[in-house]
Design a protein around this ligand. Structure first.
Ligand code: HEC
Length: 311
C-alpha cells in the first residue's frame, strides 16, 4: 500500500513538474494565437468590417489600397503585406536589393580574425542564428539580444564593442539574417523558466503601456492602428514586426557616408519611440531587450526574412 502511494506521489510530482516546464510559455502562446486571430479577422474583409476594425479609414483606402484575406505568414512583410501601393514600390526596389554589398561586408567581418586569432566563428559556429534571438539566459537571468551577443563576443575576445545601430553591427547582422533566410529558419523564441516568463511580461507591459500627453502605446499604432494611414505611411502590425531586420531604409540612405542606409532593429525601435515623444531605452538596456523578447515571441513560427527594405 505504502509503495503504491509512494509510486502515485512520484507520478503526480513528475507530471506536475513536466506540466510546469511546458507551462512557462502558456500565457505567451495564448497571446500569440490571439494576435494571429485578431489580425486575420481584421484583414479578412477590411471594407466589410470597417466599423469593427477601421472606423477612421476612408472607404477609398479600404476598397482600393488594403489587400483582404491575409493569413498568418503574409504578415511578415510589415505594411507591404496589406498595402497595394506599398507592395508595388517594394517589389520594384527589391529587383536590385540595395543591401547586397553589406552582405559581403558582413561575411568578411564574420571570418576576419580578432587580434587574438579567434573570430566570430568561435562565438557563432553557424551564422544562421537570427530566429533564435533574443533568448533568455537562465544563468545570468537576462535577455540576450543578437546585438548584445555580438558585443559580448567582441569583449570576451579583447576587442572593443561596436556601436549598435548601424555600420559593422548592421552589416554582420545582415549577413546572419541572409544566411538564416537561405536555410529557411523560422523565428523560434523559447520561454523555459519563470524568470523568462517574467521578462516576457515586462516586455509586453512596455508595448501596451500608454505614454506621453497623447497616451500612445506601441499597440495603439501597431495593433489597433495597424492598417491605418498616418500621413503617407500605413501602420504596420506587431505580427512579423521584428523578423526582417536589419533593414535598408530610403530615409536613412540619403544621409552621410557614415550612414549607408542599413540599420538594426534597435535603431528603428529607438526612432519610433522618439517619434512618440519619448526618450528611447538604451539599445542594450534591460528594457529594450525585454521589449524585443516580447515582440520576437509574437512572430514565432514566421520565416526569418531579413535583411529587407523599408521607406
Ligand atoms: C503614433 C504611432 C506610432 C507609435 C505610437 C509607435 N509607432 Fe512604430 N511606427 C510608426 C510608423 C508610422 C512606422 C512606419 C510605418 C510602419 O512600418 O509601420 C513605424 C514603424 C515601426 C517599426 C518598423 C516596422 C517595419 O516593418 O520595419 C517598428 C519595429 C516599430 N515601429 C516599433 C514600435 C514600437 C516598439 C513602438 C512602441 C515603443 C512603436 N513602434 C510606437 C508609428 C508608431
Amino acid at each position: 500500500m505504502l509503495l503504491k502511494i509512494a509510486k502515485t506521489t512520484a507520478f503526480v510530482a513528475l507530471t506536475s513538474c513536466a506540466l510546469n516546464a511546458a507551462d512557462f510559455n502558456a500565457q505567451a502562446e495564448k497571446d500569440r494565437l490571439a494576435l494571429i486571430d485578431y489580425f486575420e479577422a481584421k484583414f479578412k474583409d477590411p471594407y466589410g468590417n470597417k466599423n469593427t476594425f477601421f472606423p477612421y479609414s476612408t472607404d477609398d483606402e479600404l476598397k482600393n489600397n488594403i489587400i483582404s484575406g491575409l493569413k498568418h505568414e503574409d504578415f511578415s512583410k510589415g505594411n507591404y503585406a496589406f498595402s497595394k501601393n506599398g507592395k508595388v514600390s517594394y517589389e520594384e526596389i527589391n529587383e536590385f536589393p540595395p543591401y547586397e554589398e553589406f552582405l559581403e561586408n558582413g561575411e568578411e567581418l564574420y571570418n576576419k580574425p580578432f587580434a587574438n586569432g579567434k573570430s566570430f566563428k568561435n562565438c557563432f559556429p553557424n551564422p544562421d542564428v537570427v530566429g533564435d534571438y533574443p533568448y533568455f539566459d537562465d544563468k545570468k537571468k537576462e535577455v540576450v539580444s543578437l546585438t548584445s551577443a555580438v558585443n559580448t563576443c567582441l569583449k570576451d575576445n579583447g576587442e572593443k564593442p561596436w556601436k549598435t545601430k548601424k555600420g559593422k553591427m548592421a552589416h554582420l547582422q545582415a549577413y546572419f539574417a541572409n544566411e538564416s533566410r537561405d536555410s529557411e529558419k523560422k523565428v523560434n523564441i523559447q520561454i523555459d523558466s519563470k524568470a523568462a516568463a517574467d521578462a516576457y511580461e515586462r516586455g509586453k507591459e512596455y508595448y501596451y503601456s500608454q505614454k506621453g500627453y497623447l497616451k500612445l502605446s506601441c499597440a495603439t499604432c501597431h495593433v489597433q492602428g495597424a492598417g491605418q494611414r498616418v500621413r503617407n505611411e500605413s501602420l504596420s502590425q506587431l505580427l512579423g514586426q521584428t523578423s526582417h531586420f536589419p533593414v535598408y531604409r530610403l530615409k536613412w540612405g540619403a544621409a552621410s557616408p557614415s550612414n549607408d542606409g542599413l540599420g538594426t532593429l534597435e535603431r528603428r525601435m529607438a526612432g519610433c519611440v522618439k517619434d512618440q515623444g519619448q526618450v528611447p531605452p538604451g539599445t542594450e538596456s534591460k528594457e529594450m531587450k525585454e521589449l524585443l523578447y516580447f515582440m520576437a515571441y509574437m512572430s514565432n513560427g514566421m520565416p526569418v526574412d531579413g535583411p529587407d527594405i523599408r521607406k
